[in-house]
Design a protein. Structure first.
Length: 249
């Protein structure tokens, strides 16, 4: 069970969530934390929804449910705040998670466009296991679009003379954390680096990662928060277009 600390990160959430709701929500979650409760969790696992802004597609929801009880899971349904069905998670689409000294997990997920009528509020997941037992979890979702990263240095299609010591980009309004993914285009686009969460718009590169004569691409994933007591792991996320650059011999 994750330990909830309502003061761990300053809330960076949409202004449509009123000040009074923030206070009430934090008070509720502070009490819930003391009681060892978190509505994102149930007896089967953890539920969260991301509102994603990716290149060349409309804004979409990415609901996910991670569970060590994946072999028992029969169905995972996600609902709007008013009880209408939003989506059913695809049990064939998952990411493997292997935490240290804990049972392996699978994170089931699906992508579905955000309709113009989608409201802010408490979205829920109902998990049904093979024995018929059901569990519910909830996540507060605010509908908004986090901008994609821009102002990359090195810039798109740049050819530079020296191996850079860092990559940087313009700060994104509303983003608190970033993660960078780098691929080696001379090696079939192999992923050679994925950073930890970064709290500023730059990545200091590990020594020896990039080489003279290399040809690389990089993308930036941004998020509004991390492990938020109200919004789950994060609410809004964006992904930049791949940016390529070459390093002269």
């Amino acid at each position: 069970m994750r330990i909830i600390n309502p003061t761990r990160h300053e809330p960076r959430i949409n202004r449509r969530l009123s000040h009074s709701l923030i206070i009430l929500s934090l008070a509720f979650f502070a009490a819930a934390a003391q009681a060892g409760e978190d509505p994102h969790y149930n007896a089967a696992g953890f539920f969260d929804i991301h509102v994603c802004n990716w290149p060349d597609r409309s804004l979409f929801f990415m609901p996910l449910f991670s569970t060590p009880r994946f072999a028992e899971t029969e169905k995972i349904e996600v609902y709007y705040p008013d009880g209408r069905l939003l989506s059913e998670l695809d049990l064939g689409n998952y990411r493997k998670i292997t935490p240290k000294n804990k049972p392996p997990k699978r994170a089931f997920m699906v992508e579905t466009d955000v309709p113009s009528s989608a409201p802010d509020g408490w979205y829920s997941a109902r998990v049904t296991l093979n024995d018929g037992s059901q569990f519910q979890a909830r996540d507060y979702v605010i509908i908004d679009k986090l901008p994609q990263a821009a102002g990359h240095v090195p810039a798109a299609d740049a050819e530079i003379d020296e191996v850079p010591k860092e990559l940087s980009w313009d700060a994104i309004p509303g983003a608190a954390f970033y993660q960078v993914f780098i691929r080696d285009l001379w090696n079939d686009g192999k992923l050679i680096h994925n950073s930890k969460l970064l709290s500023e718009p730059r990545l200091v590169l590990p020594k020896g990662l990039l080489e003279k004569g290399g040809y690389y691409s990089w993308v930036i994933h941004a998020r509004d928060t991390n492990e938020h007591v109200l919004l789950g792991d994060f609410n809004h996320g964006s992904l930049s277009r791949p940016v390529t650059f070459a390093i002269s011999d």
